[in-house]
Every structure is written in C-alpha cells, then in structure tokens.
Design a protein around this ligand. Structure first.
Ligand code: M6R
Length: 607
C-alpha cells in the first residue's frame, strides 16, 4: 500500500524524504512524489514508476534548501498510475499539498459538492478531495489543525495523511483513521511515516498515533491533538529495538532471501524468554488475563491465514480446543455464532491488514475477547486486541511473507502447548519433549539451508517452463501446500494451486498432462501411502512429479527432494523453507522483481 513520510528538521528534506521513500518501497507502489516548501514556494515533484524517475526530476530542480516536506509512494486504487494521479495533491490555490494513504469512500459525493462550488480536479484520485476540502476550510480560518478537523468530519473511509502548507514553512501536519501513521522523534528533527523503517537511520524513539489524532511537527517540537476537540494529548514514547541493519539487505541480493535465511534465528527469537526447557513450561504472561479458550476463531489473510490453518490441529490435539480458521474478509461479513468463553485470534504480520482489523473490531463489538498475534510493535491490531503475543521476527521487508510465517508457526505452537498444559491435556514430559524438539530445530534448519537452496535452484531451472502447477499434500501439510502455491504465484507469476491430494481426483486432475508439474509434500506419516497413490494417479496421466520427502523412503517421482527426518510438527518448518526457496529461485531465474512483485502491496490497509 502507499507509503508516507513527512520530515521537519535541519537536513535537506528532499534527501531524507527520498531515502525514506526507498525504505518504504517494499510496501508496493506505482508512482512517487514529494512536496517541499522552499523560499515561500510550494514545490511539487511527481513521477510515474519507480523512485529513480522521481530522483531524475529532483536532480533537475535543486530543491535542497527546503528542510521540511512530505513524500509518498502510491499504490493505485482510484485512477491509473500516472504523474497526475501521483501524490502530493495541492489544494485549488496551491497553498498546501497533501499525501494520502487509504480510500475516501464518499469521494464521489464530495467531488460533486466541490464542483458545484466551482472547484475542478486535476487527477482521478479520491485523495484530491482532501486537499480541496482542507483548502476550503482554510479560507475561513488559518489554523491548520482546525481546518483539517472540519474537513475530515465530512469524510468517510480510511486515511493516513500528511500535509505541508505555505503558511507553515518548516512544519508538517498529519492525521490517521484506520491507516497506520507513526511519529518519529529525533534530535532537532521529527518525522511522520507509515512505517518505522522510513526514519530508522535517524531515530528509534517513536509515538504510535491513534485514529483521529492530529500531529503537528517542526524541527524542535511536536504536538498531538485530538482531531475533534483539538485538545492536546499526552502520548507515550516507545523505544524501538530494531536497528538499521535489520531493515537492510546485509549483502543478500533480495530481502526475501535474507528473510528466509534468517528463519533459524527467527524461531529462536520467538522462543526467547518464553520457554523453560528443564521444566517444559511456557512463559506467556501476555495470556495471564485470558481464560483458557473454549473454542478458537482464528481470523487472518494470506500467509497468516495459512499459519492459522497449520496450527488448527495443534490446538485441537494438544489443547483439546476446537478451532475454526476464517479468511478475515469473509469473517467480517459473515458473523459467526461466537459464545461465551470463545476467543478470537487475529493473526497478522503487519497488524494493519484492513480485513483482519475489521474482523477484530466486529468481534469486539459483539463483546468477544480478541488476542492478536502480530509482528509489528504498536500496530493497530496489537493495540486494539485484548492481548497481544508478538512474534518477534524483526522487520519483514519483502512483500512475499516468509520469516513472518515461520515466527507465527513458532508462536502458535507455543500457544497450543501453553493451553494444552494449562488445560491438563499435555503432561510435563510431553511438553518437555515438544519444546526440546522445537529448540533443536534452528540448528537443524541452519545446517540444511545451503543444500536446500542449491536443490531449489536446480529444480527451479528444470521446471522454469511451467505455466501452471499443483502443490499437493494431505492433513496438516495441506496449509503448507497452499503456502507453497501462494509463494510461487505471487513472485514468479506462475499459476499454482494447493490441493489436498485426495480431492484432486474430484475434478482438478483433468488439468494434469506432461506440461503440468505437481509438487508433492510427502512426510513420513500414516497418510504417506495414500499420498503416494494419489501421485501415481498424476504420473499415470503423464504429469511430472517433484516429491519433497524425508530420505530413504519408497517413492515414485520424476524428481526427489530429500529433506532431513524430523519429528512432526517441527518438520513443517523444513517443508515450508523448501517451498519458499523454490518460489524464490524460480522468480530469480525468471528475472522477476522478487521483493516487489507486480500489483502487490506489503500491508493491505484497504478493503
Ligand atoms: O500483515 P498480514 O500478515 O496481515 O498480511 C496478510 C497478507 O496480506 C500477507 O500474508 C500476504 O498474503 C503476503 N504477501 C503473502 O506473501
């Protein structure tokens, strides 16, 4: 989704904003722009395409004396990607300019009213109404927060916006409603941004802004006001422990590869402080105030949904807690019968996904307790849930989620174990053994990563001609098959579907032919022979089969990819990593934009 950065300080704003935009590139975008106030003039620089196009424009006009400004990367929702539709958008008289992330749902109505008052529009965006509305209010009062407040009362939808005005050189104003915005507090400089990496090289002191708060920053001061009463608010500062290094590629060609390679450490970090191996105890004080759930309703999207699906069996088997997993965009419009004692678990790496957040809000409105499982500290889901378990994976930059799922699986496993023990379903020695198995996993995975990558490379080359393929699995491996398919399609644009192997003969097998490969997840368990029989059905129809399997077992496949034996469910992490690497190597081989795949955004903050 769009990225916003605002800066007020002592450095050349154009440089700080440009660098900040580059660090927000991972969110996905199709045009970029910035607005600077220099020598009492509003400078607007916008370009379609990548940030380097914007850089070229900046190089031609020397805007380096401005020490405040705003910048934006746009992910088109209303209006094609073009220079006219790129942000910032000025008001009618070009006295202010703003950048916006979100959707103004009543923009047609507002545009009609503004047109009747003589306004015309220079873009096809919904966002432009915001600059005109605020500009209009400023004709009556020269107080920017007051004008923002009055204008925003007319607006329906979601927004994070930042604004500069000729009447306030050296200052930036910003506000949010259902879209993330963070204030960064530096020495003689302050920032607002959609995400922390935008200003991470300059400060790690932040304030998480809530909905309907307006912030005003200059180089030396900041104020946070309630957007409606305009009263000053006291806000808590938070120190972020991420360092710049964790948001950089550190020598890897892509963030995605770096993030896959980090997974052994991610498992350790997620366990850190939460596991007592000697006693088999899990230490999760985040859950102390929540009773043992009677039933779980897991709500999530995309990869986070797959992590929830993977954990369903653990909740049921280890803790005896029935679990329903729902895609958040369905959950929010399809109210469930949720009873007393049930718990809604919202899983989200970013903590900002609009559908998951809406599901959480809907559950809370019905009086349900909600637990969040998030990676991003202080994100909306983390703040609005009744409790939050952080996955502690560090910033995930690549649009394709990898280490976040690994950390979610680790945290979900700990949750299931915790509740299993609390409810008396798992004894001390069961817990000790399981935790021991989890504890040994990072070393095993770390040792396997180079070999897995090599194998992934070879297979990606061999099958790079594929236009479509299946990922088949049975039982608890099915969610991993779904994830393997999602990873492949989102970064290599090869069509892929995850199926339960037994379901294939009920229709999808019609697709199988020598040009339609099948990737099978074949663990050493009670369903292995059933799966092998399904693979036979594929082979009989000429479909090539790649079989991901522990070594030394009987199989019949065109290609065998052996991964080390490891007890269930820990082996799921090995399968997951192999699938991620296969997708990664395929995208690299095909020359795709691995970290910023087309049409996608890192954090989907619109419905
Ligand atoms: O931040 P979230 O975990 O809520 O994001 C959910 C999905 O948008 C996300 O997992 C998406 O599917 C990824 N691009 C998959 O790689």
């Amino acid at each position: 989704m769009c990225g916003i950065i605002g800066y007020a300080g002592h450095r050349p704003a154009a440089t700080v904003i440009l660098e900040g935009l580059k660090r927000l590139e991972y969110r996905g975008y199709d045009s970029a722009g910035m607005a600077l106030i220099q020598n009492k003039e509003l400078n607007l620089l916008r370009a379609k395409g990548k940030i380097r196009e914007l850089e070229d424009k900046i190089a031609q006009c020397d805007p380096y004396h401005a020490t405040s400004g705003i910048g934006h990367t746009r992910w088109a929702t209303h209006g094609l990607p073009s220079e006219e539709n790129a942000h910032p958008h000025p008001d009618y008289e070009q006295k202010l300019a703003l950048v916006h992330n979100g959707i103004i749902e009543n923009h047609s109505l507002l545009k009609r009213d503004l047109r009747e008052q003589g306004y015309s529009f220079r873009s096809d965006t919904d966002s432009e109404v915001l600059s005109h509305l605020i500009g209009l209010e400023l004709e009556h009062c020269w107080d920017i927060p007051r004008a923002m407040s009055a204008a925003l009362q007319k607006v329906e939808g979601s927004y994070a916006l930042a604004l500069v005005s000729l009447n306030g050189e050296g200052q930036v104003w910003a506000t949010r409603h259902s879209s993330p915005l963070i204030l960064g507090l530096g020495q003689g400089e302050n920032f607002v941004a959609s995400d922390i990496p935008a200003f991470l090289p300059y400060t790690r002191e932040v304030i998480f802004l809530e909905d309907n708060e307006i912030v005003q920053v200059s180089s030396s001061k900041y104020r946070v006001l309630d957007a409606w009463s305009l009263k000053d608010l006291d806000k808590e500062k938070v120190h972020i422990s991420w360092d710049v290094q964790s948001a950089q590629k550190s020598g890897y060609r892509h963030f995605m590869l770096k993030e896959i390679m980090e997974q052994p450490r991610v498992i350790q970090d997620c366990m850190s402080g939460r596991v007592d191996l000697a006693s088999g105890q899990t230490v999760l004080p985040e859950l102390d105030h929540l009773p043992l759930p009677r039933r779980l309703h897991v709500v999530a999207c995309g990869t986070s949904y797959h992590a929830g699906l993977w954990a369903r069996n653990l909740f049921q088997e280890w803790a005896g807690i029935p679990a329903e997993i729902e895609i958040a965009s369905e959950f929010r419009y399809n109210p469930r019968i949720i009873q007393d004692g049930d718990l809604v678990l919202a899983i989200s790496q970013s903590g900002e996904t609009a559908d998951t957040l809406a599901g959480l809000r809907q559950a809370k409105q019905q009086g349900q307790q909600v637990l969040g499982l998030c990676n991003v500290l202080g994100s909306s889901i983390a703040r609005e849930a009744d409790g939050v378990v952080y996955t502690q994976a560090g910033p995930e930059i690549s649009v394709a989620s990898t280490k976040a799922m690994c950390s979610q699986m680790t945290a979900l496993l700990l949750l299931a174990l915790h509740w299993g023990r609390k409810g008396g379903k798992l004894g001390d020695s069961d817990c000790r053994d399981l935790l021991q198995g989890l504890n040994e996993l990072p070393e095993l995975l770390d040792a396997e990563l180079p070999g897995m990558r090599e194998k992934a490379q070879k297979l990606a080359r061999k099958y790079s001609w594929s236009r479509s393929c299946f990922f088949l699995a049975r039982g608890t491996y099915f969610p991993l098959a779904l994830e393997g398919a999602l990873k492949l399609k989102e970064i290599s644009y090869i069509h892929a579907e995850g199926y339960t192997a037994g379901e294939m003969k009920h229709g999808p097998i019609a697709l199988v032919d020598p040009e339609f490969p099948t990737f099978a997840l074949a663990p050493d368990n009670g369903l292995r022979n059933k799966l092998l029989a399904n693979l036979q059905e594929v082979r009989t129809r000429g479909g090539p089969v790649i079989c991901l399997t522990p070594p030394g077992l009987e199989q019949d496949a065109n290609d065998v990819w052996e991964i080390p034996s490891c007890p269930e469910p820990m082996n799921g992490f090995l399968f997951l990593t192999a699938l991620q690497l296969f997708a990664y190597e395929m995208a690299v081989y095909l020359g795709k934009d691995v970290d910023q795949p087309r049409n996608l955004a890192k954090s989907v903050t619109v419905e």
